[in-house]
Design a protein around this ligand. Structure first.
Ligand code: GLC
Length: 555
């Protein structure tokens, strides 16, 4: 058995505070709103809440641009509100982890104000400054949010690095003063009693010299550069290892090999990472998420199987379909075309993920099977990533037509995940008495928590059972993993084993009935049914109906 840890047995629930619950009528969610909904989360059964950033921020990237790491964004409330939220969460046995965004700050952070003020300011070297090359930026490094990653600052005539928007200058982690300032800030929150950190783009904090060279030419990617491990080991030694907390790094560059370093048992860095391969696999090489390929189940399975087996016994997986940066999974890998398919496929996807090895993350509304939202024009959008990409791909480079780009936005925009939480069928889905900062998904009258919490057949009740099963059946947490049908284009069937117990999960990802598989041979016939998304009385081993999902305990 893998060595036991509380965070291995935990289910995490991600809250995007801006869209969770507004209690003031401002149109923006707040901390008091989260406190008021703690009983909802307790009832669902989650163990840990991850809060997306709640710190002071101009909000260019919805809080991922922080101007004061030790202050609460006044739109969300006060420090007293935070302290109360933490106390009330702990009182219910729920832990709280915060988003640590330290690859960059906001350009409004006082550190940056100092750094840009003159070439000899003591904080100059806290950010990454370079001369231009022949009247242009130092090199061709590109921002994740389109355009050059370099911005000329008129005050001193040099360029600063920003891997994200121009309002998010990158910190210079090579400077030990920066690292120590970050560690101090982390201790400040840990002293308050928080239970860990989700670490934003942590695989980009260490930049290879060649990414920063004043060459005018191509630059190496700063994501996943090996030097990051040294910084994380230092952070672990100086801060993380001193408390019993959980840490998860956002690492879009992670491979199984690098994850063994980031989150290996012996590596003394983080507890786990968010890998991105299963999010990137249907994206186009050139246009990324704005032009996706047709869904291909064997391709998805290959990736997940590799992570399941590659980390087993050596490191720990995180499991996620959704977060604030991804479209809604039921619209992406499932089917939201009609109510029946939505409910079935949302449950099947939940089952598929929660029966795997690793710590599952639920993103707010996923437990209701919330869907993508209509994004018909740029006016419906709020995300800076969309506006930048539109400007570059449609207006400047004319690589995509308006229609192509809008189709990409509809399918993949982050705004799909950021619409307000659908609490009930009243005005604005019960999210706010004011005007929500982003429109509520119009389907809130049929898809909402009030309807689902009382319905034993709802997606919500299904998620609740999935979470409960994890608490009762150790093989779900600690078992190994084997794909039983790696090549099947419709069905994902896998087995988990631990100390003579075996668990079988069977998931039909297709909207078709499958009747040519021998489910008995997989072990379904002699198994004890744990959970299924069709009525147990109607299950047999000769067929799987559209989006059918089941899990069995096989002795
Ligand atoms: C991470 C966050 C994303 C943010 C970016 C820059 O990817 O999840 O929301 O835009 O980092 O901070």
């Amino acid at each position: 058995m893998d060595d036991r840890q509380w965070w291995k047995e935990a289910v995490v629930y991600q809250i995007y505070p801006q869209s969770f619950q507004d209690t003031t009528g401002s149109g923006t969610g707040d901390l008091q709103g989260i406190t008021e909904r703690l009983d909802y989360l307790k009832n669902l059964g989650v163990d840990v809440i991850w809060l997306s950033p709640i710190f002071e921020s101009p909000g260019v990237d919805n809080g991922y641009d922080i101007s004061d790491y030790r202050a609460i964004n006044p739109r969300y409330g006060s420090m007293a509100d935070f302290d109360r939220l933490l106390t009330e969460a702990h009182r219910r046995g729920i832990k709280l982890i915060l988003d640590l965004v330290v690859n960059h700050t906001s350009d409004r952070h006082p550190w940056f104000a100092e750094s840009r003020s003159s070439r000899d300011n003591p904080k100059r070297d806290w950010y990454i400054w370079r001369d231009g090359f022949n009247g242009g930026p130092p090199n061709e490094l590109r921002s994740v949010f389109s355009g050059s990653a370099w911005r000329k600052d008129e005050i001193t005539g040099q360029y600063y690095l920003h891997l994200f928007t121009i309002e998010q200058p990158d910190l210079n982690w090579a400077n030990p003063e920066v690292r120590n300032a970050v560690y101090d800030m982390m201790r400040y929150w840990l002293d308050k009693g928080i239970d860990g950190f989700r670490m934003d783009v942590i695989d980009a904090i260490c930049k290879p010299e060649s990414a920063l060279a004043v060459s005018g030419g191509a630059a190496e990617s700063p994501f996943g550069y090996a030097g990051v491990h040294e910084y994380l080991r230092e952070m672990n030694e100086k801060v993380l290892s001193r408390c019993d907390i959980m840490t998860v790094g956002e690492t879009s560059s992670a491979t199984v090999e690098s994850a063994l370093l980031f989150a290996g048992r012996e590596s003394r860095e983080l507890n786990m990472v968010f890998q991105f391969e299963h999010m990137f696999f249907d994206q186009d090489r050139q246009f990324g998420k704005w032009l996706t390929k047709k869904f291909d189940l064997p391709g998805l399975k290959k990736i997940l199987d590799k992570w399941q087996t590659g980390l087993y016994g050596k490191a720990w997986n995180s499991l996620y379909w959704n977060n604030h940066d991804q479209p809604r999974v039921v619209s992406h890998f499932g089917c939201d075309a009609d109510e029946q398919s939505r409910v079935l496929s949302a449950k099947m996807l939940g089952l598929c993920l929660h029966m795997m090895q690793g710590s599952p993350y639920i993103y707010q509304g996923e437990e209701l099977g919330m869907t993508n939202t209509p994004l018909k024009s740029l006016e419906d959008c709020r995300d800076v990533e969309v506006f930048n990409a539109y400007r570059e791909l449609v207006e400047e480079k004319k690589l995509l037509s308006h229609e192509q780009m809008m189709a990409g936005i509809q399918k993949s925009s982050r705004d799909n995940a950021r619409t307000p939480m659908q609490w009930d069928g009243t005005k604005n889905a019960g999210f706010s008495a004011g005007t929500p900062w982003i429109p509520v998904n119009p389907n809130y009258r049929t898809i909402n928590a009030a309807l689902q919490v009382q319905d034993p057949d709802s997606v919500w009740s299904f998620y609740r059972r999935l979470i409960k099963l994890r608490k009762e059946i150790p093989v779900i947490v600690y078992g190994d993993f084997e794909d039983m049908l790696p090549d099947d284009r419709r069905v994902y069937a896998y087995r988990r084993r631990l100390e003579g117990k075996s668990l079988l999960a069977i998931c039909n990802f297709s909207g078709e009935e499958v009747s040519d598989l021998d489910l008995d041979a997989l072990g379904a016939g002699k198994g004890e049914l744990l959970i299924a998304n069709y009525d147990a009385e109607t299950l047999d081993t000769t067929r799987l109906r559209p989006y059918e999902g089941r899990a069995y305990l096989v002795r």
